[in-house]
Design a binder for this molecule. Sequence first.
Ligand SMILES: [Zn+2]
Length: 213
Amino acid sequence: MTKKTLRRVLAVWSASFVVAFLVTFVVGSVARAYEFSPPFKWEWDETDIVVEDRGYEYQSEIIGATVDYGDDDTDIDTTYSTSGSNIIHLLGDYEGENIVAFADPMSHSTPCFDEDHYLTGDCDTSDNRVDFAYIYWNTGADPQGYPDFEYPWTSEVAQYISRHEMGHVFGFAHPPPTPGCSVQTVMLTPEMGCSTFYIQLTSHDNTNINNKY
Ligand SMILES: [Zn+2]
């Protein structure tokens, strides 16, 4: 996992938000989690994880993502609040124009990724689990050729960004080029060039969450 693959949520977004894709490939397939290496895990398995939005924009999409992660399909509980937060969404003009959004999870104040967004190895699945994260939404994003990823984003893109970045916070990485786009997950990236994007957690996502937590 490189800096760019983590930080960039950019590029190819020519697809519309179509549902139902390659159903025959899904039937009988085994859900596989694509995790960071080394993997890390959230501090609590089923304890309430509080999500906050300090950008005060895309609030409904962030609340929707919080409900999606905390619903009955998953074994984790997430709640939206404006205080006592564990995951804080921030909106601002950050860093490079190709960076639409990025996640910065940390374990007891120690970041899981360094400034170049390489894994530090300081977050793990046992003693140094993640207990806090910022998610940055970059209003300065201007990915060339992909106007859907320029701020302001549509509600659909915001739904995708919120779920995708929260997926990183919970320890999930992008699918590798193979099987790539055939994986039905919010962890697909625009630059993979997939024809389908998921703006709700899929059964694949829910299964992976429940296998990990
Ligand atoms: Zn990503």
